[in-house]
Ligand binder design. Sequence first.
Ligand SMILES: [Zn+2]
Length: 355
Amino acid sequence: MRPVSRGSRGKEVLDIQTRLRGLGLEVGREGADGHFGPQTELAVRAFQQARLLLADGVVGENTWAELVEAGYQLGERLVYLRIPPMRGDDVLDLQRRLNSFGFDSGPEDGIFGSLTEEALMEFQRNAGLNVDAILGESTLDRLQRVHKAELGVPGRKIPDRMGGYVGRSALEGVKISLDPGHGGTDRGHLGAEGLTEKQINLDLARRLADMLSARGAEVLLVRESDSHLGFSERAELINRWETEINLALHHNANTSVRAQGAATYYFANGTYFSEAGKRLAGYIVKELVEGLGRTDLHTHGRNFSCLREPDGLSVMVEPGFITHPAEGAALRRPQTIEAEAEAILRGLERYLRRS
Ligand SMILES: [Zn+2]
């Protein structure tokens, strides 16, 4: 979809406003009028902030998908396993409940996958219900009324993606996908003298791919050339390939030229976060800070689609700012990108050694 933002008008805006209001967010005196004004922008930002999205006030693909999913409340529809999987806050609510009862429904990501189906069936079996793997009226009723003690299952720790680890201590044989952000008509952030984010992200991915392959890892380059790929296409490629670790590679930008430093991100949605993702993201940012002397902007839990969609562990890396005069100029030099790749590699190795 085309991003919808301040100044936009029309049916799409009306739809966005109606959904925001449905979630209890005010879109201004005029109400849902199909005009994306300052109040609508505020409401979008508040929504994005609450959902751990990038709070830029623009409704792009990721924010739109979240708006749709936020509209699904438990009990409004039948929920079951299908392709493509059902997704929404009702699924998230189901996963939270199942996990809290000790059934392993997998990561609480709001996506109804096979782990969630198995957990739902286990719940139905334990609760003496018809085991049909569908969240319908009677199962929902039990889910909302039953007490943990009645189910007779031992409390388990909430599971993480991939069981929270990749069962190896070295890169040899590990399936790693590298997803360089942007491409084609989407240039990403822009630096001085025509430097584009899409180009340095790809350069970084290629260098890192070589290093990983040399150490025996299996590598998938999600984008190998200057081509455009939507975020669902990327996720599909990554999941079809059955990645164990996915790295989304970007570079940061800011309207202030003073902004600089390295940051990483792992999946989180307010009540759940990927422990393994947080550890991996932590090691990578530390290596970027120590190895390149970048300012430490730390690691953050976010609900970005590139972190949520991959079935494997996924981390997003922003090694530096393309808009910072010194950092941006350094990014033109192949040695800098090579050093970024080396730092990320060391972060991965540290993570694997400790898992
Ligand atoms: Zn980017």
